[in-house]
Design a protein around this ligand. Structure first.
Ligand SMILES: Cc1cc2nc3c(=O)[nH]c(=O)nc-3n(C[C@H](O)[C@H](O)[C@H](O)COP(=O)(O)OP(=O)(O)OC[C@H]3O[C@@H](n4cnc5c(N)ncnc54)[C@H](O)[C@@H]3O)c2cc1C
Length: 327
């Protein structure tokens, strides 16, 4: 790891001050720092200023809305999210996804917004400066060639966040603050499937929080495959939310992570309205396979990650269907 480059460090205490600081050219948000600081110390990025959001009033709160939904501040730690009784009771898939990120000490510092906005990863990118220089850098940073898909004009680095897929199947929305004011978008629209331009935030925009609707008739679950259970990114991760009406599937949402440059929604509309049976499960597996684009961006093989993705999707949907059976 290198020493950090020269930069300005600011720690605003109000939302307005944070917005002003983050609107400045070359400013970047700092949350728990567990993703950003190791990257900067490897020479991956050179922000002129880091805007530490840890002192901004109100950003670390988990609040219950009047309609029974949740308002989650950007700086809620993953430990708080995973351990909150209300979240565990009403949105267990969200608590589980947060609780599966990295290891326990890590989750004490890591935050919701930092998790959602984390950088994409690749075996040709998450390396030391001398390693990357020796390989002529890559399309994501300083180079002009993607070493994963050599003739490509876009970067295929992979999004490995655990929390986004769970929140997307729960119908969450992102609360964004920026020079143009405040706006709310479906969380899935925060992401772009481009490893080098991974977020749709405009210059100066940042995430202030996430809104989660009441669970209603939906049951959801999240699982991931990783090498070391104690501390690893998802090599393949799947979130599923399912609504059952008697013997009919009344709704199905599936989102995958760890395999593409963004968490991706798998199309499932054709399955809704019928029973959940083996043919439906096979159709879901096919939809997962055609939506995902597993490439050699991690140390685990493409074949393993592809198969795990499909197996997890089927297992989660099977289990949720059984759990939702009328009693
Ligand atoms: C060993 C190790 C294991 C890991 N395992 C996992 C894992 O299993 N699953 C997983 O999902 N992640 C994992 N991570 C990645 C990362 O640590 C986590 O995603 C963590 O939640 C990031 O949160 P943070 O608060 O530390 O973010 P930071 O490092 O502070 O920020 C991450 C990025 O988000 C941006 N950002 C932060 N806050 C905002 C905001 N409010 N608005 C806009 N942009 C913002 C920052 O500018 C930066 O680009 C791992 C990292 C390490 C080092």
């Amino acid at each position: 790891m290198n020493a950090l480059h020269e930069l300005r460090f600011v720690r605003p205490s109000s939302l307005d001050d944070a917005a002003r600081e983050l609107a400045a050219d070359g400013a970047q948000a700092l949350a728990g720092g567990t993703d950003l600081l190791p990257n900067l110390r490897r020479g991956l990025g050179e922000p002129r200023a880091l805007v530490d959001l840890s002192a901004v009033a109100g950003l670390a709160a988990i609040e219950r809305r009047a309609d029974g939904g949740l308002r989650l501040g950007a700086m809620v730690t993953l430990a708080a999210l995973a351990g909150d009784d209300g979240v565990r009771a009403g949105w267990p898939a969200l608590a589980r996804a947060a609780g599966l990120v990295a290891g326990p000490t890590h989750r004490e510092a890591a935050t919701l917004a930092g998790n959602l906005c984390q950088d994409t990863r690749c075996v040709f990118y998450n390396q030391s400066e001398w390693w990357r220089a020796g390989n002529g850098y890559c399309l994501k940073f300083r180079g002009d060639t993607c070493h994963v898909v050599v003739k490509s004009d876009r970067c295929y680095a992979t999004y490995h966040g655990d929390v986004a897929p769970a929140l997307i199947v729960l119908g969450a929305e992102a609360d964004i603050v920026g020079p143009g004011g405040r706006r709310t978008i479906p969380l899935a629209a925060l992401f772009r499937e481009d490893g080098a331009q991974r977020l749709t935030l405009a210059p100066g925009e940042w995430l202030a929080g996430v809104e989660v609707p009441p669970p209603g008739r939906w049951r959801a679950a999240y699982e991931k495959a990783r090498v070391r259970d104690a501390v690893d990114f998802p090599l393949a991760g799947v979130a599923v939310a399912l609504a059952r009406d008697g013997d009919r599937l009344a709704g199905l949402r599936v989102v995958i992570t760890g395999t593409n440059s963004a968490p991706l929604v798998v199309p499932t509309d054709s399955l809704v309205g019928a029973a959940w049976d083996d043919a439906a499960a096979q159709a879901l597996v096919t939809a997962v396979r055609t939506t995902s684009n597993v490439l050699a961006t991690t140390v685990a093989t493409v074949r393993y990650r592809r198969r795990m993705l499909q197996a997890l999707a089927r297992k989660l949907a099977d289990d949720l269907w059984v759990e939702s059976a009328p009693r």
